[in-house]
Design a protein around this ligand. Sequence first.
Ligand SMILES: [Zn+2]
Length: 393
Amino acid sequence: MLALSVPAPACAQKATKDRVIALDTRLATDTSRTRLVIDLNKKVEVRAYTIANPNRAVIDLPEVTFDLPVGAGKQGRGLVAAFRYGQFAPGKARIVIDLREPALIEKTFVIAPVDDQPARLVIDLVRTDAATFQKTALQPERPPQTLAARVPPKPHVADTRPLIVIDPGHGGPDVGAQAATGDDEKDVVLEVAKKLRDQLLRSGHYRVVMTRDDDTFVALEERVAIARANAAALFISIHADSLSKGTGEASGATVYTVSEQASDFEAQKLADKENRADLLAGYNFASQPDDVANILFDLAQRDTKNHSALFARTLVGYLQGAARLHKTPVKSAGFVVLKAPDVPSVLLELGYLSSPEDLKQMTSTVWREKVAVAMAAAIDRYFATRAPAVAGR
Ligand SMILES: [Zn+2]
């Protein structure tokens, strides 16, 4: 018997009949084991497994509303460095545990609610060696719904207004960069993306598709597929960066375009980090390169690259009055999400969650509105500049 005593709270509030709700969470540890307990309003079927590189334990659940206390999962204990959670695919939620050292899932079980006690999902992790971990770590399954099913159909041909795809980075168990205050990149960028969408729709000049408009995981390849399936005239990915302690200081917004060779070392590091988003959500499938490789394709891409660069410069120009800019505000690197060969694409890093000044701005509704207005103005300018080439898109 495990010598871990984990008291449960007296009652599970906010329980409703149909939804599964995660209410609270606790970590307990002894010398070799760590136990994670999640209180739920009802019993659910779960599946738990480990994945290597980086070492994680993944728990797949049916659709769950995470009504956990603020900051839940950010403080690790024992074998658990931290854990993240959220919607992973339609009807499917996921908890991803970042492991501090190699561990095996010794037991996973769900205790039904009794009297005033909530249902409890219990995961016991036990320390193991690296070789055993590698042998037992599984490959995760693809989300149940196929990519094609989640990509919306092509837009109505009668509507010739440019279609803009807005791509808020991360989502669900992939929280993105994190601020010391507990603010997650995935939430900050979604709020700015929604404001930009509203600005563009209000103008009546554009159609808008969001790659996500709630806190759901979307794979990188899927984001690119959404842009292509909609024959988007422009793809804008919105992110926020963070530097870990002791790695220097940086602040301000940066606009990135795609390139084989990164413009500098920091840009390369950032692209590597952003390209790991799928991996961190427990989705270990690298983007498949398109096998359409002919000269027309190359020409199209060159044209796309020019337009991406034009929009990046335009965007920086308009952001100048609204936001603090990074000392080198236009950069390039090999971002997977920018690789649609036929859609001009940029990735905007709003700023650094590790910079107190940037964080203050990024969490301000007034600032978010100002940035959205500036972005919409940059989009207007861009389409006015490249108007003849837009025809037929
Ligand atoms: Zn990001």
